[in-house]
Write a protein that binds this ligand. Structure first.
Ligand SMILES: Cc1cc2nc3c(=O)[nH]c(=O)nc-3n(C[C@H](O)[C@H](O)[C@H](O)COP(=O)(O)OP(=O)(O)OC[C@H]3O[C@@H](n4cnc5c(N)ncnc54)[C@H](O)[C@@H]3O)c2cc1C
Length: 411
């Protein structure tokens, strides 16, 4: 095999998490001659995004990025480029119980910040990441490279084979190939998974009233509905929101078949017309939601990060944020280890990463599961407790402050 197909690290998957991982390793080991490659079944093309082609429209896939995610992307010289395109910081968040009277409001000023987070179109962040990756000439891009087999080779290496027969070897393989990770499957990682019995409908809407840079979440027995504020680049009227409506699959099917007009009416009612009428909606997209968690994050010389290791309900907007925390910790452990003279695939380094991240990710997943069940309960005593609890927390400055700091990634 030639030098072009022998690597120290191959990152499988160049989504938000995999691309960040490649840059984070390069940044931390800038003066080391580590050979890094990133492989994806398709090259992302910034020219094909909604932002590049139809600048007055929005991509349906967006993420609420916490302050800690923004910080990591800044360190990777990516965040400024994303903000120069189009992102939407928000200062307030209103969460309420659609079946009762409880509500809680968070404000950036209460945690002494200028924002609680930023809504960013995934394709905008991916454009900034791709441009930065392209500027890093010594990161090899293997694209298209659809991983078809992963085998242990000689000298503690892993042999990767693509669907078209291309091959490469690496000392460490990082699986960042998303929720249906082929790397996870081929390496027989055990996962715990269960169907949420929820499908998410996502689209962009224009509302009658301005969103005021507030993110809204209404909890209903059938699932949560989120309105995430979007900003236009010119003359921003604050009237566009990205919505994520999670509901049982039968209801989702029903919502998908409605005419635009009927969908807008039903959406407005489900949102209690907090922003007036829904004046317009874009094409709807439905995404089935499953929760998955790998019971181990590494095996031999293969380690999982991002959605490949854990997929979580989008109700708290934490998926990418958890993946970026994985990136931070794994990059830190690997670079410290290499600088101390260890091999990049040393199990000690991988176990440190697993120890630091697995419990935290699992805790967040249980919390989301708890929320889903709590709000699905319609028994009056539970409804009463829920409403009383939400309103009580809203009045307890210290607890509310801790909740807000945790949600925005400050603690
Ligand atoms: C409706 C919805 C709303 C969400 N909202 C939020 C939010 O507000 N905030 C938040 O933090 N998270 C949110 N999430 C979660 C977030 O979208 C995911 O956590 C995130 O996209 C995962 O990134 P990733 O890079 O790990 O995986 P992906 O984005 O899935 O990237 C995987 C990459 O691997 C490549 N790949 C796959 N298979 C192969 C193969 N065999 N060979 C080679 N390459 C391969 C793919 O082409 C892709 O580029 C939401 C999710 C949903 C469904």
């Amino acid at each position: 095999m030639s030098a072009e197909t022998e690597f120290d690290v191959v990152i499988a998957g160049c989504g938000l998490v995999g691309a960040s991982m490649a840059l984070a390793l390069r940044h931390r080991l800038r003066h080391n001659d580590l050979r890094i490659a990133v492989a994806d079944r398709q090259a992302f093309d910034p020219q094909q995004t909604v932002y590049a082609q139809f600048p007055d429209q929005f991509d349906a896939r967006v993420s609420a990025l916490t302050l800690s995610s923004q910080q990591l992307l800044s360190e990777l010289d990516v965040w400024n480029a994303a903000t120069a395109m189009r992102v939407s910081p928000y200062q307030d968040m209103l969460v309420w119980d659609g079946e009762g009277t409880g509500s809680i409001q968070f404000s950036a000023s209460e945690v002494a910040q200028s924002q609680l987070g930023t809504i960013a179109e995934n394709s905008v962040v991916l454009t900034a990441l791709t441009n930065q990756l392209n500027a890093e000439r010594d990161i090899v891009k293997l694209m298209p490279f659809t991983i078809e087999s992963v085998q242990r080779a000689d000298h503690q290496q892993v042999l990767l084979t693509a669907a078209d027969g291309q091959q490469c070897r690496t000392k460490l393989l990082i699986g960042a190939d998303g929720a249906n990770s082929r790397v996870r499957e081929l390496m027989n990682f055990t996962t715990r998974e269960w169907d949420y019995q929820h499908t998410a409908i996502v689209t962009t809407v224009r509302t009658e009233l301005p969103h005021g840079h507030t993110a809204y979440q209404r909890f209903m027995a059938t699932g949560p509905l989120a309105f995430l504020p979007l900003c236009q680049t010119e003359s921003d009227e604050q009237k566009f929101c990205s919505i994520v409506w999670s509901c049982v699959p039968e209801r989702a099917e029903e919502l998908m078949t409605l005419s635009d007009e009927e969908f807008r009416l039903q959406l407005g009612r489900a949102f209690e017309h907090k922003l007036g009428m829904i004046e317009w909606c874009d094409k709807r997209m439905q995404l089935p939601l499953r929760q998955r968690h790998a019971t181990e994050y590494y095996r031999d010389s293969v380690v999982l990060i991002g959605d490949a290791a854990h997929t979580i309900h989008p109700l708290a907007g934490q998926g990418v944020n958890l993946g970026l925390l994985d990136v931070e910790v794994l990059a830190e452990e690997l670079s410290n280890g290499v600088k101390a003279g260890r091999q990049i695939n040393d199990p000690i380094l991988l176990s440190r990463y697993q120890r630091k991240r697995r419990g935290h990710n699992l805790g967040m997943m249980w919390l989301m599961e708890g929320f889903k069940h709590l709000f699905a309960q319609q028994a009056p005593p539970i409804q009463w407790l829920r409403n009383a609890g939400l309103s009580a927390v809203d009045n307890m400055a210290v607890i509310k402050n801790q909740l807000a700091r945790r949600a925005i990634g400050l603690d």
